[in-house]
Design a binder for this molecule. Structure first.
Ligand SMILES: Cc1ncc(COP(=O)(O)O)c(C=O)c1O
Length: 364
């Protein structure tokens, strides 16, 4: 089936979809994987066993709970909210898709920071919405005035990623509070990396019926492989978005994982304290090196710029260290993003960067 598609079959695909670039990540094997902002720490073996045993006791021939009240209630309680305020997703990505399916059908605009996580724009466009780009400032901070103006126009939904991927920039709850008051549109805050910073935008949900907050188990909780995330919103908003979320989107295995995490709430924070400290230490070390810029971010990664980014990427890869080349994102020419790993991995990464820069300096 590798021949070109005959006839006009491709015309059946919507133009908005054909224009999209596919969301891809080159599957490069590496000994030290610092390219996807995952946790370097796996779930402890006894907890994995607990999940497997509990899952084994469930009937696999039956659909999972249609409305897993205990799970939704447990997640809601973490934020002082109820079960009806929670939507559970197969990763928060699925909820991003559901939110835009429910909200942007007829050319509705969504304002996005630039640069940010690429999936937002893809999902807006795939749902026939339009994107308004609000560039970060040259120092990669949120441009509060531009966001305030956009909120005052009241035309576009606002999506804020805080801390932002791939820059680590944050927007404060104080500013989000203000934006929610200014606009009748939705304000969506993706807090995938919340545990690595100091902000918790979910505290604003009691005050703002137009706010949606997204959380994931893929980063601090360290369960990227399980594909679990959730959205928090006013119960009526949550009910409407829930209509376009597929039924039984999280299987019985995923539900048992959430139950286990809720029984061991320390898992929600994961190793975030250790990883934050490691991030700050690594950043301080990188700042001492002759790099062009090391960006101060609030997530479990560091963004830095060097005119030798492409060479450094390959130098690291040859030593088994995979980072993310984000040089093609707007504003991020010559930038690499490195996730925080174990102490040994961070040390090896730092050593390799030092070696590379020393070689560059020695070169005539
Ligand atoms: C900002 C942001 N949101 C969401 C996700 C994906 O989350 P999930 O694994 O829950 O789908 C990522 C993953 O990299 C991300 O960076």
């Amino acid at each position: 089936m590798r021949d070109p598609l005959p006839g006009d079959a491709l015309r059946n695909i919507l133009p908005e979809v054909r224009e999209l670039g596919a969301y891809t990540l080159k599957a490069t094997e590496a000994r030290i994987k610092l390219n996807q902002n995952e946790s370097p720490h796996d779930l402890p073996e006894p907890l994995k066993r607990e999940i497997l045993e509990r899952t084994a006791r469930r009937p696999w021939n039956r659909y999972p709970d249609f409305h897993p009240e205990d799970v939704l209630q447990g997640l809601g309680q973490l934020h002082g909210l109820g079960a009806r305020n929670v939507l559970l997703g197969n990763g928060s990505n699925e909820l991003i898709q559901a939110i835009f399916t429910a909200t942007v059908g007829h050319g509705q605009a969504v304002a996005l920071p630039v640069p940010t996580f690429t999936l937002y724009a893809m999902m807006v466009r795939a749902n026939q919405g339009t994107v308004r780009e609000i560039p970060l400032l040259p120092n990669l901070a949120y441009d509060i005035r531009a966001w305030t103006d956009e909120a005052d126009r009241g035309e576009a939904h606002l999506l804020l990623c805080s801390p932002n991927n791939p820059t680590g920039s944050r927007i404060s709850p104080h500013h989000v509070d203000d934006l929610c008051q200014r606009t009748p549109r939705l304000v969506i805050v993706d807090e995938a990396y919340a545990q690595f910073g100091d902000d918790d935008h979910s505290t604003l949900l009691q005050r703002h019926p137009n706010l949606i907050v997204l959380r994931t188990f893929s980063k601090a909780v360290g369960l990227a492989g399980a594909r679990l995330g959730y959205a928090l919103a006013h119960e009526e908003l949550s009910r409407e978005i829930g209509k376009v979320k597929l039924p039984y989107n999280v299987g019985l295995f995923g539900l048992e994982i959430v139950r286990t995490v809720l029984r061991h709430p320390e898992l929600l924070h994961g190793h975030a304290t250790e990883l934050r400290a490691a991030r700050n230490a690594l950043r301080a070390s990188l700042e001492e090196l002759p790099l062009e810029q090391v960006h101060p971010g609030f997530a479990n990664f560091i963004l830095f710029r060097t005119p030798h980014a492409a060479d450094l990427f390959h130098f690291l890869l040859e030593r088994g260290i995979l980072v993310r080349d984000v040089g093609r994102y707007p504003m991020l020419r010559d930038c690499l993003r490195v996730s925080i790993g174990t102490p040994e991995e961070n040390a090896e990464f730092l050593d390799a960067v030092r070696q590379f820069l020393a070689q560059k300096q020695d070169a005539p």
